[in-house]
Design a binder for this molecule. Structure first.
Ligand code: ZN
Length: 327
């Protein structure tokens, strides 16, 4: 019986051996059946020996089973090995997030006009995020930016403007720069998320060398580059850090200005804010006799308009069904 177990070549033949030895009509059962015919004085020894033999066979069987299983595993791993160099039609390529794609397109435009790209910290102090931008402590305009305050008095930056303050503190005009990056505000609805992206721009030169006409020209050209042949409109507005300030609209790209739900039947879409830099901002960084203009672009707003995405929040849900459309 030991030999039968030892000679089994695979799990299947071992199982046949199992039935042959341990089965209901197997060899062991046959041996135990002999017990009843033996004289009483021999029964005890015979049964004892038989149980020892059964335990030995069991041990041997389990050992062989383990050995054959490992052999089987090794063979099937070899047989099913994946050839990673083989070409497959099922591969799916990744892609940049639509917000990143939009941001890259915006950056490309300004880099082509020799704007420098600058980045800065996400956590800011009150001076760089507010005070230097003509937003003194307790100024009511601070309410326009619902802010995340940290316990130590620092803030999650509410715009990328502090990057401009830091840049001006270490350099002298003339210069033109943009600062792309993520910003944070306590907002959450179909057009707001607590984290979103801006590209802000700043151009500074000697006083008198730069005017609102320069700002108007560059923004009109930029918006046609982003949205195609649209009408551009400048509306007077208020921002603490620019004077005069304007909001900039384009003719609605969904209804071509006739009026629809997206443009609230006005025919116009608000796309960015801009203006001539307020003198108090230049004073805060120690500049004299300079002029300049600034603008701020909401990247998600642009991505939503370009790709006709109705709910801004869906951009950050990580839903592959939305994202794979941007491959
Ligand atoms: Zn419309």
């Amino acid at each position: 019986m030991e030999n039968k177990i030892l000679e089994a070549k695979d799990l299947k033949s071992l199982d046949e051996v199992r039935v042959e030895i341990f089965g209901k009509k197997g060899l062991l059962t046959e041996q135990f059946a002999k017990l009843k015919d033996l004289p009483n004085e021999e029964k005890k020894d015979f049964a004892k020996n038989l149980n020892i033999q059964k335990a030995t066979l069991n041990k041997l069987f389990e050992h062989k089973k383990e050995e054959l299983y490992l052999k089987h595993l090794e063979e099937s791993l070899k047989a099913e090995a994946v050839d990673v160099s083989m070409f497959s039609h099922l591969q799916s390529a990744g892609a940049l997030h639509p917000v990143q794609q939009t941001m890259d397109k915006i950056i490309d435009y300004f880099v082509s006009l020799n704007f420098e790209v600058q980045e800065g910290p996400l956590i800011e102090d009150d001076f760089h995020n507010f005070q230097a931008l003509n937003l003194p402590v307790y100024h009511p305009a601070r309410d326009m930016q619902d802010t995340f305050y940290l316990e130590n008095g620092l803030v999650m930056r509410t715009h990328t403007s502090p990057v401009q303050i830091r840049y001006m503190q270490k350099s002298q005009p003339p210069f033109r720069m943009i600062c792309p990056g993520s910003v944070f505000r306590r907002d959450f609805d179909i057009t707001h998320t607590p984290m979103f992206h801006q590209v802000e721009g700043l151009v500074v030169d000697k006083s008198g060398k730069i005017s609102f006409a320069n700002l108007k020209y560059i923004l009109e050209d930029f918006l046609k580059y982003m949205f195609g042949d649209v009408e551009v409109r400048f509306r007077p507005s208020f921002f603490p850090f620019t004077e005069p300030s304007t909001e900039v609209d384009i003719s609605c790209i969904f209804c071509e200005g006739r009026g629809c739900r997206v443009c609230s039947h006005t025919g116009w879409l608000e796309v960015l804010g801009s203006g001539m830099v307020d003198a108090n901002v230049f004073e805060a960084v120690g500049y004299r006799d300079v002029g300049g203009y600034a603008f701020g672009i909401g990247v998600e707003r642009f991505a939503m308009l370009i790709h006709k995405i109705p709910d801004l929040r869906s951009l950050f849900e990580g839903d592959i069904r939305l994202l794979e459309q941007f491959r």
